[in-house]
Design a protein around this ligand. Structure first.
Ligand code: ADP
Ligand code: MG
Length: 444
């Protein structure tokens, strides 16, 4: 069979399984370039895409292919940037920023405290981190703009500055500006008032790297948006990298021009989720280490389980605790920290099954009858499997009991559902996101 035909059929099915963003981000730039009875070879534009496909979507690709062909094949990814390069003659692989002759003493307005090295990577931010790392490898080309969104205190600014600092260290002649969207707005208003639009344009449009933070504040600012639109186009046409952050995805920003929305969506969009427990522990550990503080694992875990999920607050509370204990001359023992946090030393209470079921119904907008009933539509099966997973793994119920709760299902069915989710957790971003959000609701 023709590899392209096989792959197209596979892609058509995959499209129904993943979100639009994921499809366009990872699958739309793939092409089958070889097929024999052992393996299929898929060309992809970069090592990053190959890695993402392997890490997050391998089992989906594998099973869908098997479904299309009626047989299992090995899957090989071939990195072939030239194949996907635009015809405008842009060089994909060995692009470098133009060097400025006799570079001035290294200067920029980036806070050098925020680096990619001290950005802790976990389930909630690994995709955003991987995208950031890819931008450092290949600025201006693959993911332009990189659009990072997520709630406040989740590490968007840190990640953006991490990329800026990494690129600047690679090339100290780099012209880079970090700019809150308010600053851009103010600069624009100033420039109009002082008849200095020319200066403003020279300043922003000659950059190699522009970091725009919290772009949601452009909402309703028509003049600013107009100016930014032209800045954006100019920078993009020169392959100058842009990184943009926002507290929400572009289509949810009110009063933002459609043409800007589509520009923002045209690069790579990645989100940062609230940190899960393990990531919170890892962040606390890292912050302690940075300050030369030594807290036991037990204490770190206690703090991670009782404190807010916003990383900024998490960090703030950690500092407070350390400070208070120090001034009172108390050792940072589990007891002392627990009493400070005013929460008894507790192991998380077991999840209540009714709440689990209610949250899942609520999350997927289902009623209880659908979830526990016999129907087997795709929209019902995934929530059901997630219920099986959470009830067995997190609420520690037996598979038999979970079978009963879910409308009298056999325990082997429960095991199957639970195991499916267990497998998907490792490589399926959608599932990861669903579970993080559900758990957040359940623990709050
Ligand atoms: P946002 O821009 O999303 O509101 P910030 O980037 O300002 O959040 O992060 C808030 C604080 O949390 C900063 O001090 C930052 O260093 C810290 N932080 C956030 N994410 C991480 C992370 N993954 N690893 C280490 N520190 C982090
Ligand atoms: Mg920020």
């Amino acid at each position: 069979m023709n590899p392209q035909v096989v792959w197209q059929k596979t892609l058509n099915k995959i499209k129904e399984e993943v979100s639009n963003t994921n499809y366009h981000g990872w699958f739309s730039k793939t092409e089958a370039v070889g097929l024999n009875d052992q393996k299929i070879t898929i060309a992809v534009p970069s090592a990053f895409v190959a890695e993402q496909l392997k890490m997050r979507f391998f089992s989906l690709i594998d099973s869908t292919l098997e479904n299309v062909l009626g047989q299992k094949l090995a899957i090989e990814f071939k990195i072939d940037p030239a194949k996907f390069a635009k015809t405008s003659g842009e060089e994909v692989s060995d692009f470098t920023f133009p060097q400025i002759e006799s570079a001035p003493s290294a200067s920029n307005n980036l806070n050098s405290k925020y680096t990619l090295e001290n950005f802790v990577v976990g389930l909630s931010n690994n995709v955003a981190y991987a995208a950031a790392a890819a931008v450092v490898q290949n600025p201006g080309i693959s993911y332009n703009p990189l659009f990072v969104y997520g709630g406040t205190g989740m590490g968007k600014t840190h990640l953006m500055l991490g990329v800026g600092n990494a690129l600047f260290n690679k090339n100290p002649g780099l012209k880079v500006v970090y700019c809150s969207s308010e600053k851009f707005m103010n600069d624009y208003v100033e420039a109009i008032r002082n008849h200095k639009m020319g200066d403003l344009r020279t300043r922003y449009r000659s950059l190699d790297l522009l970091l725009i933070d919290d772009v949601q504040f452009f909402s309703g600012r028509e003049g600013t948006q107009e100016e930014f639109f032209h800045t954006f186009n100019e920078l993009q046409s020169k392959n100058s990298q842009m990184i943009i952050t926002s507290d929400r995805p572009p289509h949810e920003i009110a009063k933002l021009e459609d043409r800007l929305k589509s520009r923002f969506q045209g690069g790579l969009m990645v989100d940062i989720q609230p940190p899960d427990f393990d990531t919170r522990v890892a962040i606390l550990r890292a912050k302690c280490r940075e300050r030369g503080e030594d807290l036991s694992e037990e204490v770190l875990k206690l703090m991670a389980s009782t404190l807010e999920t916003n990383i900024r607050e998490l960090e703030g509370r950690l500092m407070q605790v350390l400070q208070v204990l120090k001034t009172q001359n108390m050792a940072p023992s589990l007891e002392n920290v627990a009493s400070y946090l005013q929460s008894p030393k507790k192991t998380a209470a077991p999840l209540d099954q009714k709440r689990v079921i209610a949250s899942i119904c609520n999350y997927f907008d289902l009623n209880l009858k659908d979830l526990t009933g016999p129907k087997r539509q795709k929209e019902l099966v995934l929530p059901r499997h997630i219920a099986m997973y959470i009830l067995t793994e997190e609420a520690s119920l037996t598979v038999e009991r979970v079978g009963q709760i879910l409308g009298g299902r056999d325990h082997t069915t429960v095991m199957h559902g639970r195991d499916r989710i267990k497998k998907l957790i490792n490589n399926d971003r959608e599932i990861q996101k669903i579970l993080i959000e559900l758990k957040q609701k359940l623990l709050s």
